[in-house]
Write a protein that binds this ligand. Structure first.
Ligand code: ADP
Length: 442
């Protein structure tokens, strides 16, 4: 065979193998057609009379023909029956098992002349004189065997046909293993998704159940506070404060879990109205001052608007307050007493930008993209010493996204963080959903 026709054959076989791999990488591949096309095209290029793919049937522990080209059906049936029988008894004798077990390509020739050979009859009828067998195996698994039935033609060397059979078998086994891995991964993903849904449903249900008793506690504590008299000891007042604080903490946790469940179930609804956002930020700043004072931190306000200037935009007041309170309490939690926190608002191109700037612990670069995923907390001293569940930022992220805006962060470890919200100046007109549907989240 001339070098150019050798290269040409090699190239055409590679193309057939690549087409097979592409077919298997489709989302729902038709495996048997892909196998059949591979066999048909490779048989044609190699001038073979027939070809077959034998795969290991793990249950029967035998090799079965799963696809073939050019073989008579009775040979396929017989081959399958024989291979089961031989596996159980004298498996080493059958050539497919020899190639499979040895993990090496082999060939058996002179079949037309061997009248006693079990292949003689079929070899005559097709005809073929040589069978080439190459194991389909990867580093991890032996999958089966590719067989090429060849009439021996003058311009092809048996060594070349054997090498090519082996090449096809290798490509085929890699593609097949990738498909098996993908299917395994997909079924694991389905399992994980199911487990995740159970977890979400469980969290949603348990949070719902906890909410009522917690609000009863909260209600009675308020009543107790109202009726607390001067003759209560300082210790009694202290206990009451601690209980109120603990109930507040539980309420925040349960509300976070309920929000999380609503977002996961796709039930998050915003109630957007047009508000002056400058006044909104100013009022929020004022309402947070006592919290920061108690934590010995200064909360500065930096409004880049002219005195009396208003900026009307459409947003869900309760939800934006929730997001900003989360960012502000985080800034406080992850800063030390004495470290100031800055709440800044200004107009940028097509958006309102609100920033919460702290000079606290900062966030390692590798964690920056992860802090918006649920239940993620940076593993360092600053989180170990503060309470939290890793739910605030993911919820905030979803709430801002629902507004058509973005929530982002810049941070440097040990120097501090800037969390920023960009809200579009022109929000989409409120939909009927926004206005009429009951707010399922609250
Ligand atoms: P958590 O309840 O743990 O505060 P969040 O979702 O609000 O949950 O935040 C996720 C993680 O991001 C926190 O555990 C913390 O590690 C990090 N983080 C958030 N805000 C800050 C900040 N201002 N400074 C440093 N780290 C922060």
């Amino acid at each position: 065979m001339s070098p150019s026709s050798y290269r040409n054959t090699y190239q055409r076989l590679l193309e057939v193998c690549a087409a097979f791999a592409r077919r298997l990488s489709e989302s729902e591949p038709d495996l048997s057609t892909a196998f059949q096309d591979l066999l048909r095209d490779s048989s044609q290029i190699l001038q073979a009379t027939a070809s077959a793919i034998w795969l290991l049937d793990g249950y029967k522990d035998s090799l079965q023909i799963v696809a073939q080209h050019g073989l008579p059906q009775h040979y396929v049936d017989e081959g399958n029956r024989l291979s089961e029988y031989q596996r159980a008894t004298a498996s080493r004798v059958a050539p497919v098992y020899q190639a499979f077990d040895r993990g090496e390509p082999i060939w058996i020739t002179g079949l037309l002349a061997h009248v006693d050979s079990p292949f003689h009859k079929v070899a005559q009828s097709l005809p073929f004189n040589t069978i080439y067998l190459a194991p389909m195996a990867t580093e991890h698994h032996s999958q089966g065997v590719l067989t090429i039935y060849h009439p021996d033609v003058l311009d092809l060397e048996p060594e070349d046909i054997l090498a090519w059979t082996n090449l096809i078998a290798q490509h085929c086994s890699i593609a097949y293993e990738q498909l098996a891995l993908r299917m395994q991964l997909e079924s694991q993903l389905v399992e994980l998704d199911r487990a995740n849904r159970y977890k979400d449903e469980f969290l949603g249900a348990i949070s719902h159940e906890l909410r009522t008793p917690i609000s009863i506690f909260g209600g009675f504590l308020e009543l107790l506070e109202d009726t607390a008299t001067k003759d209560w000891t300082a210790e009694q007042h202290n206990f009451l404060r601690m209980m109120t604080g603990a109930v507040g903490q539980m309420t925040t946790l349960v509300d976070g879990l309920l929000d999380y469940a609503s977002i996961r179930a796709g039930k998050l609804r915003l109630v957007r109205r047009v508000h002056d956002v400058v006044t909104f930020v100013r009022v929020l700043h004022e309402s947070m001052l006592p919290y920061f004072k108690e934590r010995k931190q200064e909360l500065q306000l930096d409004l880049e608007f002219a005195p009396g200037e208003a900026l009307e935009i459409s947003f869900d007041e309760k939800r934006l307050r929730q997001v900003l309170m989360n960012l502000l309490t985080n800034a406080s939690k992850y800063s030390k007493p004495g470290q100031p926190i800055n709440l800044r608002a200004r107009q940028i191109t097509h958006a309102l930008r609100i920033e919460v700037i702290d000079m606290g612990a900062g966030i390692p670069e590798g964690d920056l993209s992860k802090i918006f995923t649920t239940f993620y907390r940076v593993d360092n001293d600053s989180t170990r010493t503060t309470s939290g569940m890793g739910l605030g930022l993911p919820i905030a992220h979803e709430l801002i996204k629902a507004h058509g805006g973005t929530l982002g962060v810049r941070s440097e470890l040990g120097k501090g963080s800037v969390f920023f919200i960009d809200l579009p100046l022109e929000s989409p007109a409120p939909t009927t959903e926004d206005l009429d549907l009951p707010d399922l989240v609250r």
